[in-house]
Design a protein around this ligand. Sequence first.
Ligand SMILES: C[S@@+](CC[C@H](N)C(=O)[O-])C[C@H]1O[C@@H](n2cnc3c(N)ncnc32)[C@H](O)[C@@H]1O
Ligand SMILES: [Zn+2]
Length: 274
Amino acid sequence: MKDTHFICPICKKELLREENTLKCENSHSFDISSSGYVNLLNPGKKNNSRAGDSKEMIRARTSFLNSGYYGKIKDTLCDIVRAKSGGLIADAGCGEGYYTGNIAKACPDSYVIGIDMSKYGAEHGAKTARREGVTNLSYIVSSIFDIPLTDNSTSTVINMFAPVACSEFARIMKKGGALIVGVAGKSHLDGLKRVLYSDVYDNEESTDEYDGFKFIECKNLKYEAKIVGNDTIKNLFTMTPYYFRTSLDDKKKLDGVEELSTHIEVNFYIYEKI
Ligand SMILES: C[S@@+](CC[C@H](N)C(=O)[O-])C[C@H]1O[C@@H](n2cnc3c(N)ncnc32)[C@H](O)[C@@H]1O
Ligand SMILES: [Zn+2]
């Protein structure tokens, strides 16, 4: 954990590292956990901890992502970021750090910060980075709507399948920096939806405009995959928004499904900070 552009979530003064804590001039201090992440949620603020993924959801996502079906998403994202970056990269809503860790490895001259409300996500990411010896990377527990980074500090913000906190992104980003928002494309996981629901619609697509940003382009990635194994299919389901929206009866339709053919489709919307 480097003391790179972090600010105190209480008084907004700069945080500096003192042994295993980050400390501001007003003596607010935040311990670096044994696994290497730091919790920078404002202790006096009512944080919506339910916004962060549970241990179970992080476990399911880790297991699914490690099976490689989203490898092309990771590779495409790394290519986009590598073409843009240098400097500080923030992965806002980084989950368990699948994209974050790979970006740090793909961009060794950058420093990457994974931000998530879920301490289980940050903990998993930090442990993986330590195990793999990736040192240009830190994880913090924080809301992406109140990011403990200084103004104009960040060159690139990545935001994959997570809420978009555009005004905070605009505040922390340098002019000319790239915001990359990854969202489900039209046909994403159509095969999964066909098992769960009788009426299946395409996902809606829209190019959103954000104050402080100019839309540059949208890169589309679409491929077919055959997901094998009931555990893997259920892990995939657990990491989607359908996990929250599906009735118990519909969830049972996944029992015994051992093979699932589906499209995987992601749109990467790329914006420039103006
Ligand atoms: C669908 S997951 C995507 C995780 C990761 N980007 C990926 O694609 O593997 C959304 C993530 O956003 C996080 N999240 C939701 N609301 C948040 C908030 N207000 N601040 C920080 N993280 C948040 C959740 O904890 C979860 O890890
Ligand atoms: Zn402080």
